[in-house]
Structures are given as structure tokens and as C-alpha cells.
Design a protein around this ligand. Structure first.
Ligand SMILES: C[S@@+](CC[C@H](N)C(=O)[O-])C[C@H]1O[C@@H](n2cnc3c(N)ncnc32)[C@H](O)[C@@H]1O
Length: 255
């Protein structure tokens, strides 16, 4: 059994999303995740530098698995890069969007997350010359899909978002800073603000939220803050431990 930790409605599984049998099909209201980006990030054991074709094949497999797990009116918030240059230029955001649609996910919209940080160093390409300049945008995408119907029929119908946040967050350009790797102890965390906004906009209280690439548990912390049930899965035991500790701190803080 791969259950690593649970507290009330929050569970962590140390497992591979492609192999886990711990989640029922057609049971998840909202999936929020940031998968490996194939940028050669040094995870503990996961190889984050596949050929682009192998990366897309792998993504297609887990897009299909997530589709099975979602409810008919289930939604999917996918945080991915717009594009990448390392290992060859690729239109990652566009390619993964097409791939998700090819297994059944329906496209709703995209949110641009302006994280305002460019780790560009001196990679200008051809400085002050049109010969080969290098362009990079300090943004990521949050692509929003749904399984069969966008209008949400299931769930408690209890919404806990105020009018100011609703007005602000339905403008699809979000600006907030990325999370510090060093502070969290994970090589690629996203800030809690990202799943927090997605949860409040796209789900009801007591809905089940899933992060299949949980990492340090940011989505689960956002779920605790918003009174949702949540499941997080990560293939690495060490990240499950980091997530567990962050969740315990959160539970202690709100007591
Ligand atoms: C970009 S990180 C997610 C970070 C997370 N959003 C956070 O805030 O910490 C991707 C995670 O996916 C995990 N992972 C890679 N392959 C996996 C798989 N097949 N099943 C489950 N987790 C996997 C990695 O260990 C890594 O922690």
C-alpha cells in the first residue's frame, strides 16, 4: 500500500501516477498540477531530460490516466511552460495542449502567469544584432481543460470566493512571484497562490482536488486553506516527506 500520510480529508501517496490504484475512476473534481517540464531539473531519481518525442509520449499516457480519474464535470488546471530553449526550441505549451485534447480533454481557456523572473543570465543570443537574438518571456501557462461539460453540476455548490478576487482572477493574466526552491527544499515548487486561486475559482468546498505530481505539497496546502479534500501523489519518497511536514505545519498554524 502506498499511502504515505493522511489527515482527515488530505492524503499523500508515494506512487507513480501511471501505476497507482489508490484513486477511483470518475471521482476527482479538480486536478491541479505542474508536471516535470523536461528541462533537466535534478529530481531525486526521475529523469527530466528525455528526448522531446519520448517526453510527449509519456505526457500522453498520464493525460489519459487523469482523464479516467476526473468526474464528468471534472476540471484540469495544467501549469506548463510557454516554450523552452534548453535541448532545442520547442512550443511546449501548444504541443501539450494539443496532446491533452487528443485523449479527450476539452479546452476551456489559458491563464498567463507572469512570474516576473528571467533566469536569463547573459543568454541574449546575438547581442545588439538581428542575426540570432534570443527571446524569453517570464511567464508560464495554466491551461484549463474539462472532461465533458464545463458547467459544474456536482458538488456542494458552496463557493468561498469574494467579489474582489473573482473580478481580479477572471482576468487571465496573473502576476505573482515564483516560489524559492531553497526555502521549500524541492527543485521546482510553485507558489501556494497558484493552486489557491485555481481551487477557489474552479471548485466548491468539499470537492476532491488531485495533484498527481505533488512535489512539496503546495496544492494540498491550498486545499486545506480552502476546505477541500485533496490527494497528492509523488514518485519520490523524500518529496512526500517534505509535503507531509509542510501540511503538518499548516494544520498546526490554523488550529
Ligand atoms: C514540477 S514538480 C511539482 C512541484 C509541485 N507543484 C510543488 O509545488 O512542489 C514535479 C514532480 O513530479 C514528480 N514525478 C515525476 N514523475 C512522476 C510520476 N510518474 N508519478 C508521480 N510523481 C512524479 C517529481 O518527483 C516532482 O516532484
Amino acid at each position: 500500500m502506498s499511502l504515505y500520510y493522511s489527515h482527515k480529508d488530505i492524503s499523500i501517496y508515494n506512487s507513480d501516477i501511471l501505476k497507482t490504484k489508490s484513486i477511483d475512476n470518475n471521482s476527482v473534481d479538480l486536478i491541479i498540477t505542474s508536471p516535470p517540464y523536461n528541462l533537466d531539473i535534478q529530481y531525486d531519481s526521475y529523469n527530466d531530460f528525455l528526448s522531446y518525442q519520448d517526453y510527449l509520449k509519456l505526457c500522453k499516457k498520464w493525460f489519459s490516466r487523469l482523464y479516467e480519474l476526473a468526474k464528468e464535470d471534472g476540471r484540469f488546471c495544467l501549469n506548463i511552460p510557454l516554450d523552452k530553449s534548453k535541448g532545442g526550441y520547442q512550443s511546449v505549451g501548444a504541443d501539450l495542449t494539443v496532446l491533452a485534447k487528443s485523449v479527450g480533454w476539452k479546452y476551456k481557456t489559458s491563464i498567463i502567469w507572469n512570474e516576473g523572473h528571467i533566469s536569463k543570465g547573459s543568454a541574449w543570443g546575438s547581442w545588439l544584432s538581428a542575426s540570432a537574438p534570443h527571446i524569453i518571456a517570464p511567464v508560464e501557462l495554466i491551461v484549463i481543460f474539462y472532461k465533458k461539460q464545463w458547467k459544474k453540476r456536482s458538488g456542494s455548490k458552496i463557493t468561498n470566493i469574494n467579489s474582489e478576487d473573482f473580478k481580479s482572477w477572471t482576468n487571465g493574466i496573473w502576476s505573482f512571484k515564483g516560489e524559492s526552491k531553497r526555502k521549500i527544499g524541492h527543485p521546482a515548487p510553485f507558489p501556494i497562490e497558484l493552486p489557491y486561486r485555481c481551487i477557489k475559482l474552479f471548485s466548491y468546498e468539499q470537492d476532491l482536488v488531485l495533484d498527481p505530481f505533488m512535489g512539496s505539497g503546495s496544492t494540498l496546502i491550498a486545499a486545506i486553506k480552502t476546505n477541500r479534500k485533496a490527494i497528492g501523489i509523488d514518485i519520490e519518497k523524500r518529496y512526500c516527506e517534505i509535503a507531509k511536514n509542510r501540511i503538518c505545519d499548516e494544520i498546526y498554524t490554523i488550529k
